[in-house]
Design a protein around this ligand. Sequence first.
Ligand code: ZN
Length: 283
Amino acid sequence: MRIFDPHIHMTSRTTEDYERMAAAGVKAVVEPAFWLGQPRTNVGSFTDYFDSLVGWEPFRAGQFGVRYHATVALNPKEANDPRCRPVLDVLPRYLDKDGVVAVGEIGYDSMTPEEDAAFAAQLALAVAHDLPALVHTPHRDKARGVERSLAVVAESGIEPGRVVIDHLNEVTVQLVRDTGCWLGFSIYPDTKVSPPRLVEVLKAYGTERVLVNSAADWGRSDPLLTRATGEAMLLAGFTDDDVDRVLWRNPVEFYGQSGRLDLSDIDAPEPTFAGNSILRGGG
Ligand SMILES: [Zn+2]
């Protein structure tokens, strides 16, 4: 089983996670820029983070045989902090970088006017830079958040096939399915959508335009839930080809729209490690 996790925050994961993921078949990941728990107080804090997403973290992933790309954005939560809004001005230079395959995570946290402004501005950046967009949907008041997100996406003029509406569930998927946007599902260990629940969604709606991710970060989450979802699909009677479509070809097609997805030599032999610790590059 080859797996592409289209939404995982590897910055907060250990080297052991990379090893377990590679062993489970995870060959490629996309890490979206998001908040880090601790509020950031200035633009420099973001640029160091973005530099890590296009520099250090792809290097670290490569040590474990995992291909890594990133998305960059001012996340919805921090869009509310006036100290962070100037991040919008530095985004264009990151959106030109080779390792950046979309604008994201953008969208809503609490649905404030400040979030409206940052969301619309960043959809305009996606159009201007000819990139797809990854839209986070709020965990509270989710249906209203999805409806409002879809309205902002429609107003922006971005082609719906270049947008994924993420963190959907059985209720909100119905709002998105006929819009032409991609359907993103985050699989979590004990809340929200589980592998068996996702299988039921796939039975009802099919595999087209579906992206499945672990969204693993610093909270309780599991980077192997993409693999568990593939296994649950097979148990339910889906074919190997169905699994490959959902866990590999769909994310390749979605992020491939950036023109920057580099999956060359992805099936090359595993890199050999010097000792049991990661190279520390210049350190
Ligand atoms: Zn996320």
